[in-house]
Design a protein around this ligand. Structure first.
Ligand code: ADP
Length: 246
């Protein structure tokens, strides 16, 4: 649990160390279809986070005993590159990446129309190339766009962001300095159009009122991210239609 070390002053004159206001997202960049060999892919940047998502499928699922006779199975692998953090990270899965893979899959599952593709798997690979806190949220945003790019029928996109508490203030989208020295961190994922929350985790403590305010803030930021995800997809596909006509 977070203790909020309080050694570093994270807010000075009403601004955060990187100059952001309390309710401000880091800059976001989205690119669709960046990998030739994947069925769908997306590069997603959130401030200092750089992640890439690749989707394969629906394809016949192996091992067969893991198949679902009635629907597709979504598999999600979150992986942090050894060079993505300050100290080289030991390669391969660990408890943290297994947990993040599980909750991220559960965050996306409700929108994927899995009943269309019995006995298949839809495999989502998320690679964190550079990390600065909020990588699971960036991964979910990237994966959601990559699933759409793969042409997988979905009810809607999923959008995700974290809120937290630093120096006693509820703020949006913590960076690593804030995450390491703050009091709380709460990643949220939701289907923005219907306001359906599909992931909510919390590290640290919020008072009830702070939780409610934080959740509202995260939900409104998810709406903004949703618009950016949609715009990136529209941009990509209007581009390819244009190219075809030439
Ligand atoms: P998230 O990236 O979703 O916020 P965490 O809260 O677990 O997930 O991690 C916060 C941040 O801590 C990461 O984005 C990364 O910058 C840093 N971090 C996580 N794991 C490691 C690690 N093994 N080595 C160095 N830094 C790490």
């Amino acid at each position: 649990m977070k203790e909020g070390k309080g050694e570093i002053e994270l807010i000075k004159e009403g601004k955060r160390l990187d100059g952001r206001g309390f309710e401000e997202l880091r800059p976001i960049k989205i690119e669709v279809g960046v990998l030739k060999r994947a069925d769908g892919s997306c590069y997603f940047e959130l401030g200092g986070n750089k992640v890439i998502a690749a989707v394969y499928g629906p394809r016949e699922m192996h091992p067969r005993h893991a198949q679902d006779a009635k629907m597709a199975v979504v598999r999600y692998r979150y992986n942090m590159a050894p060079f993505s953090v300050d100290d080289r990270k030991r390669p391969g899965p660990d408890r943290r990446s297994v947990e993040i893979s599980k909750v991220s899959r559960e965050a996306l599952d409700p929108v994927v129309m899995r009943e269309y593709y019995p006995k298949t798997s839809i495999d989502v690979y998320v690679e964190v190339l550079q990390s600065d806190a909020g990588t699971r949220t960036a991964g979910i945003n990237a994966a959601s766009v990559a699933l759409a790019d793969a042409g997988i029928p979905m009810k809607d996109l999923v959008s995700s962001v974290a809120v937290g508490k630093i120096d006693g203030e509820v703020v949006l989208d913590l960076d690593a300095m804030e995450d390491n020295n703050g009091e709380a961190d709460m990643p949220v994922a939701m289907v923005a159009r219907t306001n359906t929350i599909t992931l909510l985790q919390m590290d640290g403590r919020f008072e009830k009122e702070e939780f409610e305010r934080g959740l509202k803030l995260a939900m409104s930021a998810c709406h903004k991210i949703y618009e950016l995800q949609r715009a990136a997809l529209i941009d990509r596909y209007s581009e390819s239609v244009g190219e075809g006509e030439e």
